[in-house]
Design a protein. Structure first.
Length: 347
């Protein structure tokens, strides 16, 4: 009887692929309370998810790979990106792909703060193409700074970041023409429908590779209930200039803005993560967004990895770290120890 109640509660609150916006009262706290009232298992008691509805995640899911390396926020620093790709075993010091079938996931926030936005985007394009030719992949996510640029929020663009797009052809769009002269080229490129915005539209806000979920800020039960594919599709359409940005993708409660997982988390947040992982049939969530001063960190019984280590020189000269996932285990690759494991055996 209790298992039947669990199914009914979750089916009503976590309906996948739902196209209807949930009522404001159906927030995660209400959902969590309902699930806990029928003794939902703790994160360490991970039951098989057969009794749970499966979210619609076709366009944002990739098959498992023998080795996956996740790289956090790069913020306009090409040198930092090169160091991270070399550390991952993806490229050599001449920017040539040597990773073979390696899968690299970059969790967003390539733009802003640093000076190398344009060069960094070209570098990632180059590696994405080279990886495919070798049988590997470079999966890229949109972070909050990509979204901010398409919104025209240029507060964190450096002077050189503006100059790099100064020669962007004018289309006569009024929202770019009304900008200060030094910002017009970037506005032409990045505002919704612009050349760079259309390129960014190809990247989702959530990737699932095998049993690992990747997001810039994180994924909550309400995001799964709304539909991850729907979010990816709607963000892409907006970036291409095909419609307004839906309310569900505005504000600080989106997968690219939330900081629920960014610091040390408590039981309530871990219980939400457990719901997400069960519905997505996943083992772990990997996020960037919130810099980790002491390096890559873990939470929720090692079902959560936080990989933003402030790679960009904007944050100082922090050691390069990336996260490797292989054979069902996570380990931290550190620049100074060249692939040394940090607290091995993590899941």
């Amino acid at each position: 009887m209790a298992r039947g109640l669990i199914f009914l509660v979750l089916l009503g609150t976590l309906q996948p692929g739902c196209r209807k916006t949930p009522a404001a009262s159906e927030d995660d706290n209400h959902q969590l309370a309902a699930v806990q009232s029928v003794a939902a298992p703790k994160p360490t008691e991970r039951r098989a998810p057969a009794e749970l509805p499966v979210a619609e995640t076709n366009t944002s899911r990739a098959p498992a790979a023998p080795r996956v390396v996740a790289i956090g926020d790069l913020h306009g620093d090409l040198k930092a990106a090169r160091r991270a790709f070399v550390l991952a075993g993806a490229t050599n010091d001449k920017d040539q792909w040597i990773g073979g079938q390696l899968v690299v996931v970059q969790t967003g926030d390539v733009l802003d703060r640093g000076d190398d936005d344009r060069e960094l985007l070209s570098f990632l394009d180059q590696q994405e193409s080279a990886a495919k030719l070798a049988g590997g992949h470079v999966y890229r996510l949109n972070g909050n700074h990509e979204v901010m640029n398409v919104q025209g929020d240029f507060r964190y663009v450096s002077e050189r970041g503006f100059k790099a797009f100064a020669n962007e052809p004018s289309t006569g769009r009024p929202d770019a023409a009304e900008r200060p002269a030094e910002q017009r080229g970037r506005a032409e490129a990045f505002l919704a429908g612009g050349r760079m915005a259309r390129k960014l539209s190809a990247y989702p806000i959530v990737w699932i590779v095998g049993d690992s979920v990747f997001a810039h800020g994180g994924v909550l039960p309400k995001h799964v209930r709304y539909g991850l594919d729907q979010m990816n599709s709607e963000l892409g359409a907006w970036m291409r200039g095909e419609g307004p940005l839906p309310k569900k993708l505005q504000g600080d409660n989106t997968p690219f803005w939330i900081r629920d997982y960014g610091e040390q988390v408590g039981e309530e947040v871990c219980a939400k993560l457990d719901i997400v992982l069960k519905v997505l049939k996943a083992t772990r969530l990997v996020v960037g967004h919130t810099p980790q001063k002491a390096g890559i960190s873990f939470g929720c019984n090692e079902h959560l990895a936080r990989i933003d280590v402030g790679l960009s020189a904007y944050y100082g000269h922090n050691p390069t770290e990336v996260l490797e996932i292989a054979d069902g285990k996570m380990r931290v690759l550190k620049e100074e120890t060249q692939n040394a494991a940090a607290a091995g055996g993590m899941r």
